[in-house]
Each structure stands twice: as structure tokens, then as C-alpha cells.
Ligand binder design. Structure first.
Ligand SMILES: Cc1cc2nc3c(=O)[nH]c(=O)nc-3n(C[C@H](O)[C@H](O)[C@H](O)COP(=O)(O)OP(=O)(O)OC[C@H]3O[C@@H](n4cnc5c(N)ncnc54)[C@H](O)[C@@H]3O)c2cc1C
Length: 410
């Protein structure tokens, strides 16, 4: 990988200004930044080309730092921190590789909301230690933005449920300790929302293989490597009643309010702000690489960074990244204050991810022909940024949530 002159050091990494700063947060940010630069970036450079999955050792190193339990209360073995710190670490990791920023979301108590209270406590402790890392399998071939259209069936059989159907886009499904599967236990009754009868189930498994009744086919993506992403065929998968999860997934397109459970809504809002922070990380990587490249590359007898058009383009990019960062920090702060912040979460997801697409595209332009090669990282940032407006609710769905809040539902 040939990148820029003083590769891979960020020229001027962002600071943590007042009112957000505290010695603990600065230490956390700097630790994540050093880890991203020294450990994650070299792995990303190697494995992105091979469309490879991040190694388990990398996950274990992050687990040792306690990052899978950033938001899990200390009484359950977590760090007991907030959405702000979770996003702070994730921005730094995504600066090196988007998927590594994403894997943190597969801890944080995911897949622990079981009906059995004792089991829940055990799983929370495992999640905090990075020993309970999940895959989330909500989407299906015919149900993406419209999750209420999920058709995978869960049929009761004594003290078990039997799951049958086709899921799509299950990231990390093979490497995970469990797959959280959204399935339909019954059809909605007259007057009920379409999401009525949808429930999440835990399919517990060994990392590295699929359990009985699950067949997985890798989807060949153009980016977001580090995760393998699967289409899953579920054929009579047995799940004990104790592994049915509490909470109801609402209609994502309707802002998940159909089910009306505040905890689920909060989870979706956190995911949106977390996606914004990851998008900022990717865009920042592109800006930092440009900052170096503009000083290194010479044309017409001078560094291209002396051409005003390019200087101004870089300035615009940096300003937009900073703006999006300030916005995710504000939205995360609101969530940490216990506010619903539904509009803010949708707005920051929309703006930060659209910004990342624009900025990484411009970064490729500033790299000229070299940007359109696999010799530089900018093409990876461009491919990865492109996903951020699609997953975790598309830009159109975020606009729908925001406008529904402003005008009522159409
Ligand atoms: C790489 C990748 C990883 C993913 N990882 C996961 C995962 O781990 N787990 C998981 O469950 N899912 C995952 N997803 C699925 C992801 O959440 C969906 O792709 C996303 O929600 C969009 O759904 P869709 O692809 O079916 O698009 P569609 O819903 O078919 O949308 C097609 C287009 O129509 C627009 N549209 C749809 N409805 C409306 C509307 N009401 N108003 C206006 N426009 C609308 C969309 O914005 C989009 O532009 C992943 C997807 C990708 C690509």
C-alpha cells in the first residue's frame, strides 16, 4: 500500500473541545486513535483487498480494552459509559476501517434481552467481555426498509420455537456467537400495526460455523470488508423459549414507533448516531490522506496544494467533517441525558452519511489518477462511505422520520 508521505499519521487529529472534554474522554479517544493507527490500519490494508474478515485476535484485543462493554453498566462488568464515549471510540476505529468501528455494536449488551433474568445477567457479563458478539438478522430478500414485511416464521413447539425462512444481509453471521433473528410468530390482527407478531430470537452458535438448520451464502459486496455478509436459509431452527428476546421491532420506515417500545426506539436512535460517528471517521480518513497528498504531489513545478481550487476543496471537506462531528456529539449527549432525540438521531445519520459520500468522492478527485487505484486508501474510504447512506436505515427513511415528526404521517 503506497499512501502519503508521512503515512499513516493523521496531520492534525481532531481535538475534544469544551464542553465535551474530560481527562477520561481524552485518554479514551487517544487510546482508540493509537490502536486504530497502529493495529487496525495495517490489517485493513491487507484484508480489504482479500475481502477478508477481521481476525478474532483483533476482536480479542478490543475486548481486552473493555470496548465491547463501553455502554454496559459497571455492575455487569462493563465500563458504564455513555453513547458519547461509544461513538468517540467508534469514530476513531472507523477512521482506520469502517467494519472495526461497526463490530463494537455487536457487544454493548446486544442479544442479552432474554426472558430469563439470570440468563440475561450471565449474557451481559459475557457481552461486556467481548465473549458474546452477535450478528443481527432483521432484513430479508423482500423486507429491507419495510421490516414489518418480515415473513420468516417462528412456530411454537412445546418449550421451543421453530424458525423457517430466508434472511438477507446478516453481517458476521458465521463468526458470531449468536444470530439475533427477527421472525413472525403470528399474523397481525385487525386494527393492529403490521409489525404485530414480530419478535427477535437468539440462535446460539459456535463462532466459525453455522448451527443445525442454518445455511449461509456469502454476498459478494463492493466494500465494508472485514465482515462477511450472508444470505441465510433457516430450515426448522430450534430455539428454546428462554432465548426469545423481549422487545418488539417496529416498522423501521415508520421510525419504529409501531411497536411503541421506548427501549427499541432508543436502540435505533443510538444506532443512527453511531452510524453518523462511523461515517465521520471514514470521511476524516479521506481528508487526512488528502492533506498529505496535496503537499506531496507536484504538478506544474509545485505541490498541488498550492492551487487555490484544491486548497478550498480541502477546506470545505474539513469544515463539513467537523460540522458532522459536532452534530453527532450533540445527538449523543442528548441520548445520554435520557432524551428521545429521535429527530436529531435521524438528522445526524442523514447529514453525516451524505457528507461522507460527498467528501470521499471529492478526496478521490484530489488524488487524480492515483485515487482510482488500489495503491491508495482513498478508494476504500469511497467504497465504505457509500454504504453508510444505505444501511441502518437509508437516507430516504431518515427523511421520512424527520418529515413525519414535522408534518405528521403522510
Ligand atoms: C453491506 C450491508 C450490510 C448490512 N447489514 C445488515 C445486517 O447486519 N443486518 C440486517 O438485518 N440488515 C443489514 N443490512 C440491510 C440494510 O439495513 C438494508 O439494505 C436497508 O435497510 C435498505 O433495505 P433494502 O436494501 O431492502 O432497500 P429497499 O428497502 O428495497 O429500498 C430501495 C430504495 O427505496 C427507498 N425506499 C424504500 N422505502 C421507502 C419509502 N417509504 N419512502 C421513500 N423511499 C423509500 C430506499 O431508501 C432505497 O433507496 C445490510 C445492508 C448492506 C448493503
Amino acid at each position: 500500500m503506497r499512501n502519503s508521505a508521512s503515512d499513516p499519521i493523521a496531520p492534525e487529529p481532531p481535538s475534544l473541545p469544551s464542553p465535551w472534554a474530560s481527562p477520561e474522554r481524552i485518554a479514551l479517544m487517544e487510546d482508540a486513535r493509537a490502536f486504530a493507527r497502529d493495529v487496525v490500519l495495517p490489517i485493513a490494508d491487507r484484508l480489504d483487498r482479500e475481502k477478508g474478515e477481521m481476525p478474532r485476535e483483533l476482536i480479542e484485543q478490543m475486548a481486552e480494552k473493555g470496548w465491547f462493554g463501553l455502554t454496559i453498566p459497571a455492575e455487569h462488568g462493563g465500563m458504564g459509559l455513555g453513547v458519547f464515549e461509544y461513538c468517540l471510540v467508534s469514530e476513531e476505529l472507523a477512521r482506520a476501517w469502517l467494519s472495526v468501528g461497526s463490530i463494537l455494536a455487536r457487544g454493548q449488551g446486544l442479544g442479552t434481552q432474554t426472558l430469563d433474568e439470570e440468563r440475561r445477567k450471565t449474557l451481559l457479563a459475557k457481552s461486556a467481555k467481548g465473549e458474546w458478539i452477535g450478528s443481527i438478522s432483521l432484513s430479508e430478500p423482500d423486507a429491507g426498509s419495510d421490516l414489518a414485511g418480515v415473513s420468516t416464521r417462528a412456530v411454537r413447539d412445546g418449550d421451543h420455537w421453530v424458525l423457517t425462512g430466508k434472511k438477507r444481509w446478516a453481517g458476521f453471521a458465521k463468526g458470531a456467537d449468536f444470530i439475533e433473528v427477527l421472525a413472525r410468530t403470528r399474523d397481525p390482527e385487525e386494527g393492529e400495526p403490521r409489525s404485530a407478531g414480530l419478535e427477535p430470537f437468539l440462535v446460539v452458535k459456535e463462532p466459525g460455523r453455522f448451527p443445525a438448520g442454518v445455511a449461509g451464502t456469502v454476498i459478494d459486496k463492493i466494500g465494508y470488508h472485514g465482515f462477511l455478509t450472508f444470505e441465510l436459509e433457516l430450515d426448522g431452527v430450534r430455539v428454546p423459549e428462554s432465548d426469545r428476546l423481549t422487545g418488539l421491532y417496529g416498522d423501521e420506515g415508520a421510525g419504529a414507533d409501531a411497536g411503541g417500545f421506548a427501549a427499541v426506539q432508543r436502540g435505533l436512535n443510538i444506532a443512527r448516531v453511531h452510524t453518523a460517528a462511523r461515517a465521520v471517521g471514514v470521511a476524516r480518513a479521506a481528508v487526512e490522506d488528502c492533506q498529505l497528498y496535496l503537499q506531496e504531489r507536484e504538478q506544474f513545478g509545485r505541490p498541488i496544494g498550492e492551487f487555490q481550487a484544491l486548497r478550498f476543496a480541502l477546506a470545505d471537506m474539513a469544515a463539513e467533517v467537523n460540522q458532522a462531528r459536532a452534530f453527532w456529539r450533540q445527538a449523543a449527549h442528548l441520548l445520554d441525558q435520557g432524551e428521545a432525540a429521535e429527530s436529531e438521531s435521524a438528522m445526524v445519520k442523514l447529514l453525516a452519511t451524505e457528507m461522507a459520500v460527498k467528501v470521499t468522492n471529492q478526496a478521490m478527485q484530489l488524488h487524480g489518477g492515483n485515487g482510482y487505484t488500489t495503491e491508495r486508501r482513498v478508494e476504500r474510504y469511497w467504497r465504505d462511505a457509500r454504504l453508510t447512506t444505505i444501511f441502518e436505515g437509508t437516507s430516504e427513511i431518515q427523511r421520512r422520520i424527520i418529515s413525519d415528526r414535522m408534518l405528521g404521517k403522510a
